[in-house]
Ligand binder design. Structure first.
Ligand SMILES: NC(=O)c1ccc[n+]([C@@H]2O[C@H](COP(=O)([O-])OP(=O)(O)OC[C@H]3O[C@@H](n4cnc5c(N)ncnc54)[C@H](OP(=O)(O)O)[C@@H]3O)[C@@H](O)[C@H]2O)c1
Length: 318
């Protein structure tokens, strides 16, 4: 157990290379958290806790006594990849049920959009065209695969099962059963789920095993005309392979929320592809007040020698 006493207020340094986290959190407050920018830290040796999102490579070097870093989000891939993150620093994530419900709604919107061909109606409106000829298959005939059956995947699968879709969930361990959802686990789970899915939703964390997993080989095993809904991390998708699969007709459409390079460069061919729906990494956000509340809870648990409830397994990568 670390020799740390519980401070009344935790000084937390905000570490991000891409935006001012302290300003982002300014509207929310937790009486236990004093969030500061690196430039506001008087003595870095006294800072033992950080809040981070895409930290700079050397972000942790200045803080020799750092004990814990919390992601502002569900994903921790950018933290774990940070070269200055020492092995003894505990990494925590936010587990936000409200965010997971938001994710489920977002995923369901895309499933309905593709299944019911809502894009056609949006286009038809522009030409005042009243065309009722398209007849969608029953939801119970549409198989939706959900890759990743964690907080986000489970809520998403549950919502889609309630809407009548045939849902398969893939994870490493299987986990608790979920009514009306078929769970696959183990080494072949991702491949089998993809091979059976008319609509495949990716909600896997980015790890060494899931990098580049959405590739030409996987697409070639999917039912012809299947749809990809990519909500995980950009580095899981080989974008050229997706465009080739769309052009050949192997896949009929894709919804993409995350990209290898964000913001998606203006000259990317993905922007103008007629079969792609793009959103700017907005599938779901964590509730900001929850971020500070859970950070404080996690830190207090750590100080008391307990495993913080939001601690991630750094070895597994999520
Ligand atoms: N686009 C957005 O706005 C947005 C928002 C939130 C999250 N996300 C992404 O969604 C990811 C998932 O979030 P979460 O909260 O659901 O994470 P989580 O609770 O950690 O769940 C991850 C799930 O993925 C499974 N998994 C991990 N590696 C696997 C592998 N190699 N093969 C099969 N299954 C594997 C896990 O299996 P076990 O259950 O067996 O461990 C678990 O079911 C995040 O890491 C983030 O990248 C995106």
């Amino acid at each position: 157990m670390k020799d740390m006493t519980l401070p009344t207020r935790i000084t937390v340094v905000a570490l991000s290379e891409t935006f001012d986290l302290a300003a982002n959190m300014a509207e929310v407050a937790d009486p236990r958290v004093h969030l500061v920018r690196p430039s506001e830290v008087e003595d870095p040796s006294l800072v033992t806790c950080a809040l981070a999102w895409l930290p700079a490579d050397d972000a942790f070097d200045a803080y020799p006594n750092m004990r814990m870093v919390s992601s502002i989000a569900a994903g921790v891939d950018s933290l774990i990849a940070c070269p200055s993150l020492r092995d003894d620093i505990v990494v925590t994530r936010i587990r936000d049920e409200e965010q997971a419900r938001m994710m489920a709604g977002f995923a369901a919107w895309h499933v309905v959009h593709h299944h019911r061909q809502m894009g056609t109606y949006i286009n038809n409106q522009a030409t005042q065209t009243w065309d009722r000829s398209f007849r969608a298959d029953m939801a119970s005939n549409v198989t939706v695969g959900v890759l990743g059956f964690g907080l986000m995947g489970r809520h998403t699968a549950r919502a889609l099962a309630t809407m009548g879709y045939k849902v398969i969930g893939a994870s490493r361990s299987g986990g608790e059963p979920e009514p009306e959802v078929e769970l696959l686990s183990g080494d072949g789970a991702i491949a089998e789920t993809a091979a059976r899915s008319d609509i495949l939703i990716n909600l896997l964390p980015l790890t060494a095993q899931t990098r580049d997993i959405l590739n030409a080989e996987l697409f070639s095993t999917m039912p012809k005309g299947a749809v990809l809904v990519q909500l995980g991390r950009g580095e899981q998708l080989i974008e050229e392979d997706l465009l080739a699969a769309l052009d050949s007709g192997q896949l009929s459409a894709a919804s993409l929320d995350v990209f290898r390079l964000e913001p998606l460069p203006k000259d990317s061919p993905i922007w103008t592809h007629p079969k792609v729906v793009i959103t700017p990494h907005k599938a779901s956000d964590t509730t900001r007040s929850e971020v500070l509340r859970q950070l404080a809870d996690n830190y207090e648990a750590l100080v008391q020698g307990l495993t913080p409830p939001g601690a991630v397994n750094r070895g597994a990568g999520y």
